[in-house]
Write a protein that binds this ligand. Structure first.
Ligand code: IPT
Length: 976
């Protein structure tokens, strides 16, 4: 607690411009150099291929699980992680910044470096990212100046954030030898290019440099439009700005249909060596900097009211897409590629922008429950390949290659220094998914060939292949191969191809080598004239061939079909790299004291085979006995996970939660809504007070209003309100329930505001004291993608036809530990009903599922105890209703609180989400947990809470150690 306070105080001090000695850090001397040319980024002169995945720590509120995700990224071939930092996540009020607990960004940067990943830091100030306000804190909605411009009040606020976050990022810069941050993005998709934005970009650059950020700075262009290219680019049609590198984003793969089935694939764009040139096309928009996609679609987000497209997206943007699209990028010489998202996670609490619901799974390589999808393993093939073939960081176009089939085109590049040749056969056009056999000419310093010489080479379905010629690896010389290189370690090379397809590999030797086929069917042919050993086989499981005595060091060739190749893992150790086959994941590898210490996960019992330094192995801390194989490996077996039993959720208690709806409710302590002026873009009608919640300091979740009037009430009461995606309003007149209105979720542009109209019964209309009680659920502030202050659209009530009313308003209070986005203003939230330890003993026993309900909010609480076996990672979800149908139709929704954390919102009549991921750390896998549901709806039969159950989203033996996240328990308020 003291540390927290200190951090807050220091942040405040700095935000206010007070320099505070303890945090002022002298600039460390540069230890490393980051440079670049048109080919690639270079670290201390070494060319890099940055193969990066997007990950948002704010979408996984359990810091130890950041390590889990980052280790999974490293293990599946990524070399970098791109991180947005969400201003709003850290700043509940002007001048207040919190970097503790789930907001500890030092920790995520430490963990990225620990996992061996470079970091692309993207702190905005604007990020978009489908978060509320596009990352702008709620309080920014009350600013007069135009956001994302040079308006002084906006710049002052942006500087306040940058001061705070840059202090964190500056501690982790690669150049200083203190971390792995290598690139830094200012702004995001700033598509307006007027003088106000030019000044803004310049201001941001200068501010960030003044904050001692010394790595290259770039901006992320919304599409390949040449906006904000380095000043010396000199390309007509581009917009120069103060940046070091040019980068852009694009989501070109093709989409899922509304019925959640994959639509047809698109063609992969040429945005580099093979582009048409100019601002919108080739590499020449920024001729002196590397081809750089700051975001390339790794999936897509999903909307309220959809049919649930994430599983489909994982297929549409699946393995075939990754091979064709990312492969085309590689062939175009783009050496910095970031995939958005690689782990999407959860927009928990009130984090979602109006366009998304709680799950931000994104159809990404790592799913919301932290499980590797098949597409993660294809990323591993691609990422390992790039690391295995360093010459690919410097490619020029080579002579055009004409394959034997017009249904195929072959990209052909060469490294000018090593003369290594790269071929990428794809369909012609690349969206075609036919099954085509072809040959193509290979001509290198090794000679000229028509490839393959025997058997067939084909592209079947959405596919592309990275083929390499004239390349030295593992002490061998590869003339060419129609199999793809996956990886190599000392004395061992792993090649792969699609199951059932032929592979042909030619290696050159000074004299005829000895060939031993250890496993599988492989034929070898010796061409004495050229000195070529040619191996032919069909990719099927794992063939093993030992080649020795040809005047080169011996080698074991592992010839796998791609699914088998996907069971291999490679990590570096101080004593050289290690290659592992078998387990579901290899997390870490360390060689010390003669022991190769491995950690990882198993999803079932099976082989562990290891090619690496030393003869002794430990797995997850335990020494294991292993046997030498003829393949030069050590082999043993690992146990799978134990069975996991989940408790049924029983013992429910319930309590009514909309006391504000009663006539007699005392709102005397509530602020009066009497303002007459607002910065909101939604103004009240002339003569009516400002009701928008942000103006009264309530930025998230549910807001209550009580309007007092003595006027007669119209027969139709209309309430204008703003509430984000699928936002909602409920109203009571004099304690009588008028109804619920939910904003429609029509695609593609669901409304974020609307009008609820209720018929008022005659007996309620007469003059005398009236009270209109209204709850508005604010499902997020708009993003500001078009630089038009869209985040300032009003939230809460805007106006009503009860024109003479005097209004009171009340929203939520920020939870000091769970943060500004955890809570809204439900009475139960304010009273601690969502918290563990709340004394609900006197609440009524409840039946779940509930046959009926009262209108308004009803709280349900229960506790459950988990007893997950030690040394296991069990990913759990909470499922409400029947996941087989996107909408159950009941007119209600529920906020899901686990141990006080708001982990998502269920909307039975909107959909599609039924299962809410409960991250370990928030969840105690070895103890008692509290579940609280705030169920809000029309009441009546059919609108009650459906079944509620725990769901197992994946079990492995392994995982990372997870400490419990601080989850303060209920404490009675002094005097209350
Ligand atoms: C682009 C944004 O940069 C990113 O923040 C996120 O919103 C992403 O797309 C979509 O998930 S926006 C662009 C594709 C118009």
């Amino acid at each position: 607690m003291r540390r927290r306070l200190l951090a807050l105080v220091l942040a405040l001090a700095t935000a206010a411009g007070v320099s505070s000695a303890p945090v002022a850090e002298a600039a460390p001397a540069a230890k490393h150099r980051i440079t670049f040319d048109k080919y690639s980024l270079m670290l201390d002169g070494h060319r890099q291929f940055l193969w990066s995945g997007e990950f948002h720590p704010f979408r996984l509120p359990s810091p130890d699980l950041w390590r889990d995700v980052l280790q999974k990224m490293k293990a599946t071939g990524y070399t970098a992680v791109s991180i947005y930092f969400d201003w709003n996540y850290h700043s509940p009020a002007p001048g207040v910044y919190d970097f503790t607990g789930v907001r500890d960004m030092d920790r995520v940067l430490d963990l990225a470096a620990e996992a061996g990943l470079y970091v692309i830091a993207r702190p905005g100030p604007y990020i978009n990212a489908e978060v509320t306000g596009g990352g702008f804190p709620g309080w920014l909605a009350t600013q007069q100046g135009t956001a994302r411009s040079d308006a002084p009040d906006y710049l002052a606020a942006a500087d306040e954030w940058l001061t705070a976050i840059d202090r964190v990022i500056a501690r982790h810069q690669y150049v200083d030898g203190r971390g792995s941050v290598v690139l830094y993005q200012i702004e995001n998709e700033l598509a307006a290019t007027g003088v106000a934005q030019q000044n803004y970009i310049t201001h941001l650059y200068d501010k960030v440099r003044a904050d001692r950020i010394s790595v290259p700075i770039f901006h992320n262009d919304r599409g390949r439009n040449g906006i904000w290219v380095p000043p010396d680019s000199g390309v007509p049609g581009t917009v120069p700005g103060k940046v070091d590198l040019y980068a852009w984003d694009t989501y070109p793969g093709g989409t899922c249909r509304p019925d959640a089935t994959p639509g047809p694939p698109n063609n992969a764009p040429d945005w580099g060596l093979y582009g048409p040139g100019g601002a919108k096309g080739g590499a020449s928009a920024s001729p002196n900097t590397p081809g750089f996609t700051a975001e390339f679609g790794g999936g897509w987000f999903d909307y309220w009211g959809s049919n649930g497209t994430y599983p489909c997206t994982a297929v549409r943007q699946g393995p075939g897409y990754e091979r064709v699209f990312y492969g085309t990028n590689i062939a175009n010489g783009l050496t910095i590629q970031n995939f958005y998202m690689t782990f999407g996670g959860t927009s928990w609490g009130w984090l979602p922008a109006p366009v998304v619901y709680s799950s931000y799974d994104y159809g990404a390589a790592i799913d919301e429950g932290r499980q590797l999808r098949p597409k993660a393993l294809t990323m591993k093939e691609l990422g390992y390949f790039l690391q295995a073939v360093p010459p690919i960081t410097k490619q020029d176009k080579a002579d055009p290659v004409t394959p034997s089939s017009t249904a195929v085109k072959v990209y052909h590049n060469v490294n000018p220094d090593t003369q290594t040749h790269f071929y990428l056969p794809v369909h012609n056009p690349s969206k075609a998914t036919t099954n085509d056999v072809f040959t193509f000419p290979v001509s290198t310093p090794d000679g000229a060939y028509t490839v393959p010489q025997a058997g067939t080479l084909r592209l079947d379905g959405q596919d592309a292949k990275h083929l390499v010629a004239n390349f030295d690896l593992a002490g061998q010389h590869l003339v060419y191969s129609t199999s793809e290189i996956m990886t190599s370690v000392a004395g061992t090379v792993l090649l792969h191809g699609r199951p059932g397809e032929d592979g042909e590999t030619a290696l050159r030797y000074p004299r005829e080598p000895k060939v031993e086929v250890l496993a599988g069917n492989v034929t070898s042919t010796w061409d004495a004239g050229r000195g070529d050993l040619r191996l032919n086989h069909v990719h099927n499981g794992l063939a093993r061939v030992r080649v020795s005595g040809g005047g080169r060091p011996p080698v074991t060739l592992l010839l796998a079909d791609s699914p088998t190749a996907d069971t291999f893992w490679r990590l570096g150790t101080a004593a050289g790299p290690v290659l592992v086959r078998g387990p579901a994941l290899l997390r870490t590898a360390r060689f010390h004291g003669g022991v190769l210490a491995l950690t990882g996960d198993t999803a079932q019992a099976g082989d562990l085979e290891v090619w690496g330094p030393g003869a002794r192995i430990s797995w997850n801390g335990r020494p294991i006995r292993a046997w030498q194989t003829s393949s030069g490996s050590l082999l043993t077996r690992l146990p799978g996970p134990a069975a996991v039993e989940l408790p049924a959720l029983t013992g429910w208690k319930q309590a009514a939660g909309s006391p504000e709806s009663a006539v007699a409710y005392d709102d005397s302590s509530w602020p009066a809504a009497t303002k007459t002026d607002t910065a909101s873009t939604t103004k009240p009608p002339a003569g009516q007070p400002v009701l928008t919640a942000d103006d009264y300091g309530f930025h998230t979740g549910d807001v209550w209003y009580r309007g007092h009037s003595r006027d007669p009430v119209p027969a139709q009461l209309s309430l204008d309100y703003g509430a984000g995606g699928a936002g909602m309003l409920q109203a009571w007149l004099d304690g009588h329930y008028l109804g619920r209105h939910v904003l429609p979720s029509a695609l593609p542009a669901p409304p974020t505001s609307g009008t609820a109209t209720f018929a008022v019964p005659a007996e309620l209309r007469g003059s005398g004291d009236h009270v209109l009680s209204v709850m508005v659920r604010n499902n997020g502030h708009n993003e500001d993608g078009d630089v038009n202050d869209a985040h300032k659209e009003g939230r809460g009530l805007i106006s009503t036809t009860l024109t003479g009313a005097a209004w009171k308003i009340r929203g939520g209070v920020a939870d000091p530990v769970r943060g500004p986005l955890n809570n809204g203003g439900l009475d139960g939230e304010r009273a601690g009903w969502s918290l563990p330890g709340y004394p609900d003993g006197r609440w009524a026993a409840a039946q779940v599922p509930a046959a009926t309900a009262a209108p308004g909010t009803t709280w349900y609480r229960t506790n459950f105890t988990l007893d997950v076996p030690n040394g296991h990672d069990v990913s759990l979800g909470l499922t409400i209703g029947d996941p087989a149908t996107p909408r159950s139709g009941g007119h209600y929704g529920a906020l899901v609180f686990v141990n006080g954390w708001n982990l998502g919102q269920y909307l039975a009549d909107v959909g599609p989400q039924h299962t809410f991921v409960l991250p370990n750390g928030i969840l105690d896998p070895h103890g008692r947990n509290t579940l609280a549901l705030a169920v809000t709806g029309d009441g009546g039969p059919g609108n009650g809470l459906e079944t509620v159950a725990l769901t197992n989203l994946g079990t492995v033996r392994g995982g990372v150690a997870v400490r419990l996240v601080d989850s303060p328990r209920y404490r009675p308020r002094p005097g209350g």
